[in-house]
Design a protein around this ligand. Structure first.
Ligand code: FAD
Length: 306
């Protein structure tokens, strides 16, 4: 059996595994796809101490760093159930069961997509999901933000300081963002907010986004907006569906953790985007992976009889 079984091979899981292995604990990493969201990222400019890198390079570095330790990396394996049976048991999609004294959940999250034509084709070529990450790539250009909730309006305010103009498209007849954010957005000269707008298509020239089409749900009319970037802000979905009967989650499905990264189940820890951490970034996921791993170490030395 493992002492620490990490589920997830993104930045949170990699960091947790290295911290556990450095404590001399028998450590395993189970990942559906090692690298996580970082594999889908092109430019990364906010991983502190590395001025600029690419997702594929960072993933290769993460994997090399993890493999430098005695860690059992099990890639291309999906966890489907977690239970306690003396030890913790993690069941895999292929039916195998892994046993461990502690489990560290780092299964990340995925952006909710619009599911319109062009979105996949232009992902990373103008279609973006993270304003903190990709905002500066659109300096001086026109962009849209899809979604008028808190994250959408925050993104619009953030982007308006960098880009030439921001068009916010909200499906509903009113914005769901907090009043204070709406006031701030309305006070900025280069944000246009359009409600009852259903985005129908992302358009491009084969290489880059050039615009989008939307339907005005009040009139049924179709409209075109020319722009270089589209920030989709309609929610982040935590990869926690398989845990909902075993671990306490927020209504949005995020795993609730305490200051040591421990979940509602003693001995089960969690880190990164799958948790209720306030912000979702690589450096934050790595920090919380380290926290949860040290939390697991602490748990193991206090429960050594188990
Ligand atoms: P993830 O990276 O999501 O990794 C989750 C891991 O868990 C993966 O290995 C996955 O395969 C695995 N997994 C999921 N479910 C299961 C299961 N049931 N069984 C086994 N394994 C499972 N952040 C920045 O700081 N800077 C940036 O420039 C930046 N750009 C981004 C660009 C894009 C396009 C995206 C999508 C995100 C970007 N982010 C950026 C955010 C950043 O990637 C995330 O905050 C970070 O990757 C979260 O790390 P994580 O380890 O918690 O989860």
């Amino acid at each position: 059996a493992f002492e620490v079984l990490v589920v997830g091979g993104g930045p949170a899981g990699a960091s947790a595994a290295i911290y556990a292995a450095r404590k001399g604990l028998r450590t395993g990493v189970l990942a559906d796809k090692f690298g996580g969201q970082v594999s889908e990222t092109v430019g990364i400019e906010n991983f502190i101490s590395v001025k600029s890198t690419e997702g594929s390079k960072l993933v290769a570095n993460l994997e090399a760093h993890v493999r430098d330790y005695d860690v059992d990396v099990m890639d291309n394996n999906k966890a489907v159930a977690l239970r306690k049976n003396g030890l913790f048991e993690v069941e895999l999609a292929n039916g195998a069961v892994l046993k461990s004294r502690t489990v560290l959940l780092a299964t990340g999250a995925r952006w909710r997509e619009m599911n319109v034509p062009g979105e996949q084709q232009y992902r990373g070529k103008g279609v973006a999901y993270c304003p903190h990450c990709d905002g500066p790539l659109f300096r001086g250009k026109k962009v849209a933000v899809i979604g008028g909730g808190n994250s959408g309006i925050e993104a619009a305010i953030d982007l308006a300081n960098i880009v030439e103009h921001v068009t916010v498209l909200e499906f509903d007849s009113k914005l769901r963002a907090d009043e204070v954010l709406q006031r701030k957005a309305n006070s900025m000269g280069n944000i246009t907010i359009i409600t009852q707008a259903m985005t129908t298509e992302v358009l491009g020239n084969g290489k880059q986004v050039t615009g989008l089409n939307y339907t005005d749900r009040a009139t049924g009319d179709s409209h075109h907006v020319e722009l270089a970037g589209i920030f989709v802000q309609i929610g982040l979905v935590p990869n926690s569906e398989w845990l909902k009967d075993t671990i306490e989650l927020t209504p949005r499905g995020e795993i609730i953790v305490d200051g040591q990264g421990q979940t509602s189940q003693p001995g089960v820890f969690a880190a990164g985007d799958v948790t209720n951490s306030a912000y979702k970034q690589i450096i934050i996921a790595m920090g919380s992976g380290a926290t949860a791993s040290l939390g697991a170490f602490d748990y193991l030395i206090r429960n050594s009889e188990e």
